[in-house]
Design a protein around this ligand. Structure first.
Ligand code: HEM
Length: 484
């Protein structure tokens, strides 16, 4: 007998013939009792699950996080407990707008989702390759995403919808400027930074809270494509990022990121001239310098892409002792939204899937439901809480210090008194002439077909950032219209 495993049904019974279906006579018809054929066809019909509503196209790999500098004065999170400590992790990168089959080399924000399998539970940092975002109130997130997806009638992406929304939402200017700059079209995910983007909490052993932002600095350097280079790439391959990440890891060329934090003492949040919990703003590094923490390396490709990447479920609600939330409204909404999405997309007990299972003991009282294949209550009598049969109990030592909040409940105008122009201006001023010219040209490309009144409204915002910004875009628009 050959040294190969025996093919079986999913019930484990050996299969004698995997080439010929069971028929009445050599010419057919089929027999209803050919359950092997039926099983095969039924499985094929169920091979697709709902794709992610956003960030559907993605690329992932496993790796390690190594602590290089001690930050235990800020956080008691075990992942940072000592220099040299290593923690297994998973990364999934993505584009936001395209569907699962979208081409990789598209101008779009890249998702930068990380899952750290710590000894006190999974810590997920679900960030982007940009430190800010398009909106600051989660109420506007579904509207924003609708402008990025297909128009209901044409079934095409709509530049008109995008610029209409952006021009009516000046808080988007900072992120739009990044998206239209070189950083908006990285050649692949190895050559870009990652950011936790939101402000989170660090909580130390003395139960003191600090505000923190996470940065992942690529050690491969930054690389981008121009729009016309990307057109050539997409003409040759739609999977340029997958090819790059997979082959670099497969050949032992492991990508690395230097992990840093910016830290702000809790009471300082009331003193900054900007709201430090506003996702459309960065914290100036002059005021809050980067503190080096560790190194992230991706060094293992998934064995089964569907099982380990498509079924990976990242959620900002996955936090561990020593790391907490902040009042950022966007973060608060995301704490709800992701676990809800996973229950819908993957099933109630999605955290029992191997890629999502914590690598530490898990004890809870959730019961039954779709996909409940893990037995989390070893003692069958302890299936409710409190109980007298030795079931798992809460541990008050993990209590966080109270999160200070105040104010009357109301729907506050998040645009009132908010400066949406200074930080985009600081960014614009950092660009050299070539970078500015590419920014103008990329915007003009993206505005093709957009009605004049929307273009004019957006130019008004560029003008407020810097007169050169509006002027540059106007000239680029004029030169595109003479070319066409
Ligand atoms: C994916 C909601 C803002 C980064 C998703 C998914 C949902 C969602 C429902 C799909 C999850 C799944 O099916 O697995 C929201 C809401 C937001 C928001 C409601 C604002 C209120 C953001 C922001 C960032 C971000 C600000 C980055 C800073 C990501 C990433 C993914 C994702 C990286 C893909 C995760 C993966 O690789 O599986 N988002 N999102 N999102 N989001 Fe958000």
């Amino acid at each position: 007998m050959e040294n190969k495993p025996t093919l079986t049904t999913s019930g484990g019974a050996p299969i004698a013939d995997n080439q010929n279906s069971e028929t009445a006579g050599p010419r057919g018809p089929l027999l209803m009792q050919d359950y092997q054929l039926i099983e095969k066809l039924a499985h094929q019909n169920r091979e697709r699950i709902a794709e992610r509503a956003v960030h559907a196209k993605g690329w992932g790999a496993f790796g390690t996080f190594t602590v290089t500098h001690d930050i235990s004065r800020f956080t008691r999170a075990k992942i940072f407990s000592e220099v040299g400590k290593q923690t297994e992790m998973l990364a999934r990168f993505s584009t936001v707008a395209g569907e699962r089959g979208a081409a990789d080399a598209e101008r779009d924000v890249r998702g930068f989702a990380l899952k750290f399998y710590t000894e006190e539970g999974n810590w997920d940092l679900v960030g982007n390759n940009t430190p800010v975002f398009f909106v600051r109130d989660p109420y506007k997130f579904p509207d924003f995403i609708h402008t990025q997806k297909r128009h209901p009638k044409t079934n095409l992406r709509s530049p008109t919808a995008m610029w209409d929304f952006w021009s009516l939402s000046p808080e988007s200017l900072h992120q739009v400027t990044i998206l239209m700059s070189d950083r908006g079209l990285p050649t692949d995910v190895r050559h870009m930074n990652g950011y936790g983007s939101h402000t989170y909490s660090f909580i130390n052993h003395d139960n003191e809270r600090f505000w923190v932002k996470f940065h992942f600095k690529t050690l491969q350097g930054h690389r981008h494509w121009t729009n016309s280079e990307a057109e050539d790439v997409v003409g040759k391959t739609r999977e340029s990022t997958q090819e790059d990440l997979f082959s670099s890891i497969e050949t032992g060329n492991y990508p690395k990121w230097r992990v840093c934090v910016q830290v702000m003492p809790e009471e300082e949040a009331d003193k900054t001239p900007y709201n430090p919990f506003d996702l459309t703003k960065v914290w100036p590094q002059g005021d809050h310098p980067l503190i080096e923490v560790g190194m992230m390396e991706l060094n293992r490709n998934p064995q089964n892409y569907f099982a380990e990447i498509e079924q990976a479920a990242f959620s900002p609600s996955n936090k561990v002792p020593g790391i907490g939330f902040s009042p950022d409204k966007m973060l608060q909404a995301r704490i709800f939204s992701y676990a809800d999405a996973h229950r819908h997309r993957l099933g109630t007990h999605y955290e029992s899937l191997p890629v999502n299972t914590p690598k530490c003991p898990v004890h809870h009282y959730h019961k039954d439901g779709q996909m409940n294949f893990a037995c989390h209550n070893a003692n069958a009598d302890a299936y409710y809480e409190p109980n007298s049969f030795g079931g798992p109990v809460e541990r008050p030592e993990f209590k966080e210090p109270p999160l200070k909040i105040s104010g009357d409940a109301d729907r506050y105008d998040h645009r009132e008194g908010n400066d949406d122009y200074s930080q985009p201006r600081a960014l614009f001023n950092l660009f050299n002439d070539d970078q500015k010219n590419r920014l103008f040209s990329n915007i003009a490309d993206a505005m093709q077909g957009v009605p004049d009144f929307i273009v004019e409204r957006q130019l008004g915002h560029f003008e407020k950032v810097h007169p050169d910004y509006a002027e540059g875009v106007k000239k680029a628009l004029a030169s595109k219209s003479t070319q066409s």
